[in-house]
Design a protein around this ligand. Structure first.
Ligand code: MN
Length: 437
């Protein structure tokens, strides 16, 4: 696990003024990575680093000679058209690059004049999915979500007996992971209501969001070689916001006995910015179990996971209906939760995924599963917030929603803050529901 160093110093500030003052998601203590280009330019995609409301164009910065020594190779990799090669290099290379970026971006840096010409305003950029995602696995790490959702599918048996022993997951589909800002069409599929004798193919009427974090895998492990929990975070590059759109009516008919399929793989949105594990170091929290719950098996237990395996990340979901857009009213919050409530940690997800020798590869994506917290307003999906659609939520403009309607946009935001550290954020993950085709 990465410890605090000079790059986390709360007194650091940047010559990019918008990064300072505690309001930006992207102060000099954050420095997340994305794949971007100038909007509508048709230029080649390249890697960038967020600072305030600007992007450091890594290709330009490398050509300008900003990087040397141990930072040069990771800086060159960060200029690629995907982040995979940077992800493969591991935490020490990434840490060298972070130190060099802080040196170049901090107030009074001798490299200011050179680097100034390598900036692009985020307002003028468009983004791609940050990595070529080879495989995507979605976990189920919130016991609150597992219990609430389980109640709706199996009222008599909400939490299955394996839940407190196994970090439950399934293999999802990588090809339909889309970047924030890309909209998607309401899916069609086989739907059978309890009253109908046979299913029909029609547009989904129970469209839902899932407020999640996406974990990007860094260094690979060889096939057949499990990653021990003590090394697990050395194989993690960083975290992004993730909305795993779900068609509950398709899901409820198809999910037995092999689990989620077409109710899930029509679209999943990821934020463009990936926040590194090093940037998250000030926001670690203990990872504990209730005394009357089974303690995790030894391969899922380590001292450092217990001491600091959790992450204090606030995440909210906002809805903007087409009515709100027309009236130019602000989006309404539908959920606010915290990643610290998860029942399984990032390290446990990695250790469990590889305990059988399964090989993870740079750029693989692990979803945390819906991150519902312990209170009703911290549920991360409409299926919980509306009790399966029975109790629609009231929006401030008088509209009601049991499920998402065409034109609704959902935005996820995430941030970390605590006394003695500079607040960092994840930017946003947003998409709008378009009508079924
Ligand atoms: Mn999910």
């Amino acid at each position: 696990m990465i410890s605090l160093n000079e790059t986390h110093d709360p007194s650091l500030s940047s010559w990019v003024n918008s990064a300072n003052g505690g309001q930006s998601d992207f102060p000099i203590q954050n420095l997340p990575f994305a794949i971007f280009r100038r909007r509508d330019s048709g230029d080649d995609w390249r890697g960038g680093v967020a600072i305030g409301d600007q992007i450091v164009d890594m290709m330009a910065a490398v050509h300008a000679g900003i990087f040397s020594g141990a930072a040069l190779a990771p800086a060159q990799a960060a200029a690629d058209s995907t982040l995979n090669r940077l992800m493969s290099m591991g935490p020490q290379s990434l840490s060298s690059l972070r130190k060099a970026l802080v040196k170049a971006l901090q107030t009074d840096s001798a490299q200011r004049t050179t680097l100034e010409s390598c900036l692009l305003a985020q307002a003028d950029a468009e983004y791609a999915v940050p990595a070529r995602i080879g495989d995507y696995t979605d976990f189920y790490t919130s016991i609150y979500h597992a219990t609430n959702a389980g109640k709706l599918f199996r009222p008599d048996n909400p939490l299955l007996p394996n839940y407190k022993w196994v970090p439950i997951g399934y293999h999802g589909r990588a090809s339909s992971v889309i970047v924030s800002g890309q909209d998607f069409h309401r899916p069609c599929g086989q739907i059978k209501t309890p009253d109908d004798g046979a299913p029909v193919v029609q547009p989904c009427t129970r469209l839902d969001m899932e407020l999640e974090l996406g974990v990007f895998v860094g260094q690979a492990n060889a096939l057949g070689e499990p990653i021990g929990i003590g090394d697990a975070e050395d194989h993690v590059f960083g975290l992004a916001l993730f909305n795993d759109w779900s068609a509950r009516d398709i899901q409820s008919w198809e999910y037995q006995p092999l689990g989620p399929f077409l109710g899930k793989n029509f679209a999943s949105s990821i934020s463009p910015w990936v926040v590194t594990m090093e940037a998250l170091a000030p926001f670690r929290v203990p990872f504990t179990r209730a005394a009357n719950d089974p303690q995790p098996l030894p391969y899922l237990t380590s001292e450092s996971n217990s001491a600091a395996g959790g992450l204090d990340i606030q995440i909210e979901a906002l809805i903007e209906t087409s009515g709100m857009r027309r009236a130019q009213t602000s989006p309404a919050r539908v959920a606010l939760t915290n990643y610290r409530h998860a029942y399984w940690s990032v390290a446990q997800m990695v250790a469990h995924h590889t305990v059988n020798g399964c090989n993870l590869q740079p750029g693989d994506l692990l979803g945390t599963g819906t991150l519902s917290g312990p209170t009703p307003d911290s549920a991360g999906a409409l299926i919980e917030l509306t009790e399966g659609g029975k109790n629609p939520i009231e929006l401030p403009n008088g509209e009601r929603r049991a499920w998402l309607q065409d034109g609704d946009a959902i935005t996820l935001r995430g941030w970390c803050e605590r006394a003695g550290a500079v607040r960092i954020g994840f930017g946003e993950c947003r998409a709008t529901v378009l009508p079924a085709r």
